[in-house]
Ligand binder design. Structure first.
Ligand code: SAH
Length: 354
């Protein structure tokens, strides 16, 4: 016989699946309930139904090129923050990056994600030149940038040069929480301004947040969902916070696998159309984390295409996986994992299906 609590959870999941939303109080109950096994199973089943309705068994892969680990910012959680003197800094040249694209294209990638710290060397002019070169070489591919907060005019210039998508996690939609994760020189208002600018300019936009970041509350997570409902981004990237030894958050607890999966399923139910990556951070806190992420509603994977020689230096958090493997090894390993989980990697740009 089911307990009253179990029946309540079942009803909440059904309501979320039907209405793509829940009032704050019910959302909080779903996020906080200690009925771990039941809640995560019901949520994952519902999320998988919804993802299959919109995206069948397709999994989209993005080739991630971490092209610079120089950064002028000092986010308290991030391992490549300016204040970390222990990182060996590197930046790839345009030629290096085009080599990564060539390898990636041969492996079936049709999206390249250029991610990096906010590196002043990479001026707008250099970014535009780089984007234009990739655009020319790979007209059938999507180019995604993930290089932080810029003026609107810069975003417009990258778009004109051929960029299609932009990933900029909002990190947290709560002002006070934002201020606990970032120095006073950074603001949530500017981060949100960037996201709205990117959207208006015609980019496919990705926002998102860390799960279990220091000082995060259930109310914060609900605020994240509310902000995302307003923004309606094409992509939503979430993953557990993982502490890094050389940051002010070195002693903070990591986010949990269970809450990360729960939030992923809730996102799938709130945003049936969305591109939801099963992230490397998820794969880092559990050996089968990325598979579980796919089963919980994820439909995107972002394997690393960066040259192996620099991978160790792009450690945003501790013990990051796949830092020793070549792109081709990562690709075939993923192929097997995805198939075993019951899905299928497809060679396509993998645009959002609204
Ligand atoms: N400079 C770019 C790219 C940031 S790295 C930008 O500002 O958008 C991409 C994401 O990694 C960040 O948005 C953050 O959410 C995540 N990240 C950073 N440090 C992390 C940590 N210690 N644990 C988990 N995720 C982290």
């Amino acid at each position: 016989m089911k307990t009253i609590d179990e029946a309540k959870i079942q009803a909440l999941v059904a309501q979320l699946e039907a209405e793509k939303n829940l009032p704050d109080r019910d959302m909080a109950e779903l996020i906080e309930t200690p009925l771990l096994e039941l809640t995560n199973r019901l949520l994952a089943e519902a999320a998988d139904r919804v993802r299959r309705k919109h995206y069948q068994d397709e999994v989209y892969v993005r080739g991630l090129i971490e092209f610079t680990n120089y950064c002028k910012n000092n986010c308290y959680y991030c391992g490549i923050r300016a204040g970390n003197a222990c990182v060996e800094r590197y930046r790839l040249t345009q030629e290096d990056i085009l080599d990564c694209c060539r390898t990636g294209y041969e492996l079936g990638f049709r999206t390249f994600v250029l991610q990096g710290g906010e590196d002043p060397y990479y001026t707008d002019e250099r970014i535009c030149e780089l984007v234009a070169a990739i655009r020319e070489g790979y007209p059938d591919c999507a180019i995604t940038l993930s290089i932080g907060e810029k003026p609107r005019a810069s975003y417009a210039a990258y778009f004109a040069a051929g960029a299609n998508r932009y990933l900029l996690r909002h990190e947290t939609a709560d002002e006070l929480h934002y201020a606990k994760l970032h120095p006073a020189s950074m603001s949530l208002a500017n981060r949100k301004r960037c996201l709205w600018d990117l959207k208006e300019l015609g980019y496919q936009v990705g926002a998102g947040f860390m799960v279990g970041s220091p000082y995060q509350t259930t109310a914060n997570l609900i605020e994240d969902l509310r902000f995302l409902q307003e923004l309606e981004p094409d992509m939503i990237g979430i993953g557990p916070f993982i502490h890094h030894e050389a940051t002010p958050f070195r002693d903070m607890a990591d986010g949990s696998l269970e809450l990360s999966l729960r939030m992923l399923s809730i996102l799938r139910l709130c945003f049936p159309y969305a591109l939801l990556p099963s992230t490397t951070a998820l794969g880092t806190i559990a050996p089968n984390g990325r598979e579980l992420g796919l089963k919980a509603g994820g439909n995107v994977l972002m394997p690393n295409l960066s040259p192996v020689r620099v991978r160790q230096s792009y450690q945003l958090y501790a013990n990051k996986i796949c830092t020793g493997e070549e792109a081709a090894e990562c690709r075939s390993c993923l192929e097997l994992r995805v198939r075993a989980a019951g899905y299928r990697i497809v060679t396509s740009r993998g645009d959002v299906k609204r």
